[in-house]
Write a protein that binds this ligand. Sequence first.
Ligand code: BDR
Ligand code: CA
Length: 324
Amino acid sequence: MQQVIIDCDPGIDDALALEFAIKSKELDVLAITVVAGNAPVDIGVENAFKVLERCDRLDIPVYRGAEAPLKRSYVSAQDTHGMDGFGESEIIRRSTVHVQEETAEAFLANFFAKKREVGILALGPLTNIALALKSNQKLGQNMQRFVTMGGTYKSHGNCSPVAEYNYWCDPDAAKVVYETLDTLVEMVGLDVTREIVFSPNILEYCHRISPDTGDYLRKLTRFYFDFHWQYEHLLGCVINDPLAVAYYISPEICSGFESYTTVETTGMSIGQTLVDRYNFWQKEPNAKILETVNTKEFFTQFLTVLLDAPEATIASDLNLLKLG
Ligand code: BDR
Ligand code: CA
């Protein structure tokens, strides 16, 4: 079992990713740190608790992180995720468990003050990680692994022609992380996550296998479906963050290459991931950029966990129904 801390901005796809990670037998989620991103940080904290409540895992501590990016003005993605960050699903929180007193940045910096067999899976803007790194320069060296959902190599952006939301929201933090973390940054970007379309047929399938889970997924994704239809004429929604969980558990699900990478912080291309694949800058690779993904394997793993069903059943149904 791999121990991991999840830094996130829940967020519809973050909520799915958190549930996938928490319920997965391969991962032990030690803590959740929340950052301003899809929704303001306090809403994100509430949503993290909603997921923990749903998973009956209120024992996992939640830390509140940065309210705004390092330098830029904060722009949420509530147009995509709803004002409540949860697709305006009206899913409510019942528990009264409190967020931890320590900030997310302080928790991360202190936790990795010594070497740990624990990695970080970052599903939102990298502000908390950059702040923790400022106070603990050994952060990267002391963690087992660092996987980030963000950026884009060849695929077009989702906030500008060239920028993906997490890095566009806080490009300065993303740049700090790529340039100074001092451990390989494994980038699960739009090149691979755009392949992960949670379609109306998959949703219907979920409902057939587990009506309760199907109802929850319907509520959570309705707003996201509408957004994708309005902006991209796509039926369904792209669920970026759960792919980062699947890749964390099974790296062979994606393939890619190592390269020196940084992030643009100014001008029209702000937030763009600059991937020096052909080594113009003659710098040592600091990142692994993922390019291809086995979508069927992803959906098999994801639905097996979310629907609590036998893997063989899910795999054979996906084949028969030509899903995934
Ligand atoms: C990323 O931005 C957010 O909207 C999603 O939660 C995901 O982490 C995709 O660009
Ligand atoms: Ca996210």
